[in-house]
Design a binder for this molecule. Structure first.
Ligand code: NDP
Length: 344
């Protein structure tokens, strides 16, 4: 299949790209600069020789940003839209988070409708942020999160702080996508991927320790000793490995039954204590940077068990897309190895 992948320089997108190429698809990926395109191209001397190309899209928030990128010869059959800001280092919630998330999503759908009639299916990277109810996190044991749930966040709540701004950006962007399909009745179907915290190895050609993507930062920080005096609480207690998540994206363009659906893609619960244990047990060189295995702190599950947490239902992802999940230990070990290669 000929696929357009947006945001190819991102943590998750880099793995989606690898998965697409490994599975024989031909890919054009958007990046913000020629320099990033060159780095990615160099990483695929064989696999990418005839099957990897680039389109420069500097800012997805701009009107018409994707108008050129959606046109290709041979034409695209599928699009995977992952590009969206995920960091809390912002000055203006609307300009820095909401606009690129929402305009980026509606912008690519409009461009496809206008200029890429061959596209049959569009996969959009949404988030558990568009599912969860912030007021109820994490102790809501009587509730099971499924693809039916929507974050009830409002435009006012989006401005409370950058974390709420990010959650709102994902919620509003995903809603805008489903509304677009309902109102515009385009020639293509969409489906969304809604992962919680994503951990796992970073590709060497794009990352430095300082420019690490947001979700992996806690693991770097723990190894560097930033939680030596006590682990912080985990915040969200659900996760997925980035390689499993990449496959969730690619399977959605391969499995016709995936069309028109949301996918709550999670491997299950994790805690910061499990992350610290995985680092301590596998990398003795960081032992002194971590609290002792039995030290007090908030890193464990509330009251030491998952009993008081909300439940989750990932059965659609498991059954329809045939996904098996890596363990948190494997994910942490592979991330730390990749960070060591980057100088940790
Ligand atoms: P990254 O920060 O690594 O990737 C974000 C990508 O989006 C980068 O390629 C970035 O380009 C691009 N991007 C951001 N803003 C713009 C813009 N204005 N114009 C053009 N490109 C832009 O994060 P992840 O890989 O973690 O995130 C990818 C997707 O997954 C996002 O949609 C995110 O919301 C979602 N997600 C991530 C989770 C996680 O835990 N990591 C959890 C749930 C969802 P550049 O690097 O050049 O700025």
């Amino acid at each position: 299949t000929r696929v357009l992948l947006t945001g190819g320089s991102g943590f998750i997108a880099a793995h989606v790209l690898e998965s697409l190429l490994t599975r024989g698809h031909s890919v054009v990926t958007t990046v913000r600069s020629q320099e990033k395109a060159d780095k990615i191209k160099q990483a695929y001397p064989d696999l990418g020789k005839d099957k990897l190309d680039f389109a420069i899209v500097e800012d997805i928030a701009q009107e018409g940003a994707f108008d050129k990128a959606v046109i290709s010869d041979p034409p695209f059959e599928s699009v995977i839209h992952t590009a969206s800001p995920f960091h809390f280092n912002i000055t203006d919630t609307k300009k820095d988070l909401l606009d690129p998330a929402i305009n980026g999503t509606t912008g690519i759908l409009k461009a496809i409708k206008k200029s890429a009639p061959s596209v049959k299916h569009v996969v959009i990277t949404s988030s558990f942020a568009a599912i969860l109810n912030g007021a109820k996190l994490p102790n809501w044991p009587e509730h099971t999160y499924t693809e039916e749930d929507w974050n009830p966040i409002t435009e006012e709540q989006a401005l409370i702080n950058p974390a709420e701004g990010y959650r709102a950006s994902k919620t509003f962007a995903e809603r805008a996508a489903w509304d677009f399909v309902r109102d515009e009745k385009p020639n293509f179907t969409i489906s969304t991927v809604n992962p919680p915290m994503v951990f796992g190895p970073v590709v060497h050609y794009l990352n430095t320790l300082d420019s690490l993507n947001t979700s992996n930062q806690r693991i770097r920080d723990f190894a560097q000793g930033k939680a030596k005096n006590g682990l912080p609480n985990s915040g969200v207690y659900l996760w997925i490995d980035v390689r499993d998540l990449a496959l969730v994206h690619v399977r959605q363009i391969e499995v016709p039954e995936a069309q028109g659906k949301r996918f709550f893609a999670t491997a299950g619960y994790f805690s910061n204590k499990e992350i610290a244990d995985a680092i301590r047990n596998n990398f003795p060189e960081y032992k002194d940077n971590l609290p002792a295995a039995d030290a007090p702190g908030d890193g464990d599950y509330p009251n030491g068990s998952t009993e008081s947490l909300h439940k989750y239902d990932n059965s659609r992802t498991v059954k329809l897309l045939d996904i098996k999940f890596r363990t948190i230990e494997e994910s942490v070990v592979d991330l730390v190895k990749s960070l060591k290669a980057a100088g940790l």
